[in-house]
Design a protein around this ligand. Sequence first.
Ligand code: HEM
Length: 483
Amino acid sequence: SLLLFIAVFLITADYIKNRRQASFPPGPWAWPIVGNMFTLDHSRTHESMTQLAEKYGDVYSLRMGQEWLVVLNRYEVLKEALVNQGDSLVDRPVVPLLDKTTHGLGVIFSNGHIWKQQRRFALSTLRFFGFGKKSLEPVILDEFTFCAKHFSSFEGKPFNPQKVISNIVSNVICSLVFGHRFEYTDERFMRLIRWFDQSLQLEASLWAQLYNSFPLLVNPLPGPHKTHIHITNASKDFIREELKEHKKNWDPSDPRDYIDCYLKEIQTSEAQADSTFDEENLVICVLDLFVAGSETTSTTLRWALLYMAKYPEIQTKVQDEIDRVIGQSRQPSMDDRANLPYTDAVIHECMRMGNIVPLSLPHITIRDMQLGGYTVPKGVTVVPNLTSVLFDKNEWATPFTFNPGHFLNKEGKFVKPAAFIPFSAGKRLCLGETLARMELFLFFTSFMQRFTFYMPPGVKPKMEPRFGVTLAPYPYEICATSR
Ligand code: HEM
């Protein structure tokens, strides 16, 4: 009877503590203790969350264990929250597993003054290397040349393009931060990419969810979180090695890459008492650029090849446009984009349908907010459901069908609807959007200019996504013939 008493006591205490106030966003009934942990289908969280909005409205709540989440749906709500009231939603919640290795530094999961300084610096450095004399354009085109050799080596036989796509995208980040690329056979490079891949897999695992819900309980146990810490530390050591090399022949007047620019920033801000620029933060920022910039862009490119193999008639139209505007005698350039509206539309439709970051990244309210007629109190985690916008039937003519026409007007000119927000919106908007777009345009256009992609005979492309850190295609084999 003591056990029964404890159970009744816990359930009553849980009920009293966790009751939804009338002004709080509504949501499905939450079980005692575990809340709505089992309300969602965890293999398709983004779809479950989108369906719940039909029943509970565009602003609704869920309780995950003892923590409340507010899920925001549809373009108008996301714009109101992330842009109009963006100041109240600028922070990220603490994710214990990540905090264990990043200690609140870097850009993706930092907050307040550190985030402000590091984000501003990263943006201005990306701008510096994005355009003009130091542009990454030739770097991307060079990287494609290596990739093309690799694709050609299969002579039209089926191959899995995942590894080489991951290499080319990682090499763009390497060029940006380290000032050089790696050969695809370089053991150290392969190891680094494996580490990033492995740590992302761990961050999406059930174990990570358990760790993040009960960090104090899980931390002392043996388990995958120890591997996560180990490989993150190994990646940090890799970056520190590069940093050491950079310092040997550093010329502050001629920065070669992100690390050089950062070293200069450390020096110039030394006298400022509130400077957050130091070598520890540098290492985490570099890590962040890899984590946020590799898997995302390479997954989008893998979707793009798969869609082209699925819709050969769309692929042919893209190739015709490229042949007309660029031809075969030179590589594409960013200046061609304005003249390739159909190709541009196809790239955007791949991003929309790919929906690779379906729930954006979590935010947390730093003061009470009024949203959709409800009060979201300070300190509540908020999920911007990008899926609800990218597949909204009120925004797109055929939301669930691949249709480049979503991005073309009657005259065939490229147009970008406001509801196209795969990079999210507001103060935390993806910091690498410009670089990602440049890579997607140059790589995709080069792929289409030089190759035709199709599925191996008798194989149907599998378009259902695999839910992990990103929504990615299942591993596939494809054939590529030179044009
Ligand atoms: C954040 C999408 C490529 C760097 C984000 C967010 C999304 C996103 C949805 C969360 C925004 C929010 O919290 O509201 C994408 C997609 C990409 C891509 C779809 C490619 C197709 C890149 C690249 C880089 C990058 C290439 C860097 C070189 C970042 C960083 C953040 C971020 C640093 C955190 C920003 C902050 O917290 O202030 N991205 N991203 N991303 N992204 Fe990207």
